[in-house]
Write a protein that binds this ligand. Sequence first.
Ligand SMILES: C[S@@+](CC[C@H](N)C(=O)[O-])C[C@H]1O[C@@H](n2cnc3c(N)ncnc32)[C@H](O)[C@@H]1O
Length: 402
Amino acid sequence: MNEHIATENLLSRCLTDKRYRDAIDRRIDSIVDLIDHGHDSKSIVKNAGKHVGSEITFLIEIARSRVQTRGKFSRSNRLWLDNYTARYSTPEVVARYRAQRISGETILDIGSGGGMQDIFFSESNTVKGLEKDRIRYLESLINADVYGAKNLEFINSEWPGLESNNSDLDGVLIFSDPLRESGSRERELKDLIPSPADIMGNYSGVTGKFAFDVPPQIRRDKLGVDAETEYISVNGSLNRLTLYCGPLKSAESSAVILPAGIRISGEYELPNFQHAENVLEFIELPDPSLIYAGLVNQVKKLGDFRILGEDKRRIVLTSAVPPEEPFPGKIYRNLAVCQVDEVQEKLIEIGAGKIYPRFEIQPEDYYAMKNRFEATASGDREIFIFRVGPVYVLSEQEVNRQ
Ligand SMILES: C[S@@+](CC[C@H](N)C(=O)[O-])C[C@H]1O[C@@H](n2cnc3c(N)ncnc32)[C@H](O)[C@@H]1O
């Protein structure tokens, strides 16, 4: 039997036969166990013995996804996600936040993937998700069952199709988190599949409510739609850009910091801080969501900052006293400022153990530097190194509420 059809049959049976699904889940549990003990696919297949069926490759894929999405989904150990959906599904913390922001609506999601965003949307909305890929569609049905989702329907169909000219769509909220081709670098909205512009063109007569999840690296001047740009970070890393159009737009730009739940909104502005003459007691790194959203100047309300520098990834501020909390970003207390040839000695003096360079540096140089300094650092303090012009600042992170 063709492998694709065998996978479809397996998923369909998991949907209708609970005991069969439980048995398969237990088989996946044992594969997860082998992965956790460092086994590769070849050895997992060997371990499965000679009675193994053609489904083993797919079960290994699901097991790998379960390992990969620990921490991303509270029920990761029972979800059915392939490689692609494991990578591109909306993390639970983001999906839940968006379901709080969008509630009481009837939603049509174009390209629902493994169903993760819709499962959480359905807690506060009535949702219909369209997915063209049959395997992902079947996965989404199982995943919805795993979370006990109600008010949710998935349809296996390619848009635009029957759903696109449905007169019931009056006032419906259209959501889409389009397909990203693995390895491609989308620079414009038209590179996404399906394109948000096509979707808006199709429905502009029936609704004004559109929300799109697009790659956060797309430049603002390439967006080409009148929308609120909401940048979301998770654990300090930029994770999502959502565009809210029509009545869903509540600001020009916004930044959401998760899991802390901090939301800041306003007008997009370039950073505008006085330059620092020298490094003060503290260094602050505003959250990346604020930088992308052009809202970094809003931290001025929380303290008296000077700017030390900026690179592609960060803006480095300094202040004489710690900022007011909750500060949307990271705060470091400076322990020493020195020249490059003094760094090693200072690290030993202050009892450094782990070292984290925090300036623009090639990945190979990052690890070379980290290993070189850690080789002689036998203390237990975690030290962050900033480079400011010719000097290096050795600091320790302050525990803030984020
Ligand atoms: C990034 S995934 C969606 C992930 C989903 N939002 C989640 O959180 O789990 C995008 C999906 O859109 C689907 N897709 C792309 N073009 C489509 C079309 N024209 N009709 C239906 N589905 C489509 C792809 O197959 C893919 O599964």
